[in-house]
Design a protein around this ligand. Structure first.
Ligand code: HEC
Length: 280
């Protein structure tokens, strides 16, 4: 049995084995198992490269991507988002009052909020800010909210992913475990899990695309996708991947996807943020 199989099996066993095993396999062990699995598969790819997603392992796609990044298609959205950040709400306040440390705070999300007893993502925090100020919340998959996210991602470049799962908080641990379970659960007509494509078959080609590693999946959102013709959020991508395997997709910013984001982002701990991104 190859080392890669052993590592994959370890992670899978941790999920299948329920509590006794998952207690042993905490977030740090999980992340290390993923990092080791990819390292075994792609020994020449330095860890920091994973922030570039599939382009860490797809040399041909990378050339196109680098050309696109010279005139980034997401630039106008950053400008639009900056305008939103600067603009006052009807009550005279603005996003600056909700986020007093400024726009470069994407690395603080997602996080476990003890008071609300849930995982708070940046899009959710933005809508909570709007609602607290008597403004209408924005759509979660495309549109103005995504432009604001693009601006905040741009301002957060160079910050480092560092998701904490407070082990003394059962709610946080449960949210993480649910996200992890979601990642490994097979679903849809094809009976695939996220892990089937993004852990076991990373580097393989599906139609015209190469499957990316999950370490690095969260560093660069929102993303301009040629296929979308615009920028979209991580949860829009989750929906797309679920629909690809003909599984039902869940609501953006619902509990399932927030917990999934919590787990998935923790796998990228130590990687720099480099959003917004551009992808095929
Ligand atoms: C049938 C295989 C398949 C399954 C199952 C699948 N995906 Fe994907 N996913 C893809 C392909 C193909 C892409 C585009 C190429 C790439 O970056 O991997 C992609 C892209 C992504 C991206 C964007 C990567 C980037 O750099 O922007 C994320 C995030 C992602 N998938 C997460 C998930 C999650 C979470 C699940 C489980 C809910 C999942 N995927 C299930 C095939 C799959």
């Amino acid at each position: 049995m190859s080392i890669y199989r052993v590592v994959t099996k370890l992670v899978l066993a941790a999920v299948a084995g329920g509590f006794a095993v998952t207690v042993l396999a905490g977030p740090d062990e999980d992340r290390q198992a993923f990092v080791d699995a990819y390292k075994w598969k792609f020994p020449d790819v330095p860890f920091a490269e994973y922030a570039n997603g599939v382009y860490a392992i797809d040399k041909i796609g990378r050339e196109n991507w680098e050309a696109i990044e010279e005139f980034p298609p997401y630039e106008i959205f950053i400008d639009e988002g900056r305008g939103m950040w600067e603009k006052s709400f009807a009550n005279g306040k603005s996003y600056k009052d909700c986020f007093p440390d400024g726009p470069g705070i994407a690395h603080r999300y997602p996080h476990w909020d003890k008071q609300q007893a849930m995982v708070i993502t940046l899009p959710l925090a933005i809508n909570q800010c709007l609602e607290a100020n008597g403004e209408k919340p924005l759509g979660y998959k495309k549109g103005p909210l995504v432009s604001l996210l693009a601006f905040m991602a741009f301002e957060s470049r160079g910050q480092v992913t560092n998701v904490e799962i407070p082990q003394d908080d059962p709610g946080a641990v449960a949210a993480y475990e649910q996200g992890k379970k979601f990642y490994f659960t097979r679903r849809g007509q094809l009976n695939f899990s996220c892990a089937t494509c993004h852990l076991q078959n990373t580097g393989m080609q599906v139609r015209t695309e190469i499957l990316s590693p999950s370490v690095g999946h969260t560093t660069h959102w929102p993303v301009y996708r040629s296929k979308w013709g615009t920028i979209g959020t991580l949860h829009r991508r989750f929906s797309g991947c679920n629909e690809n395997i003909r599984a039902k997709s869940f609501p953006a910013q619902g509990e399932q996807y927030r917990n999934l984001e919590y787990f998935l982002t923790s796998l990228s701990n130590g990687l720099e943020l480099n959003g917004p991104g551009a992808r095929k």
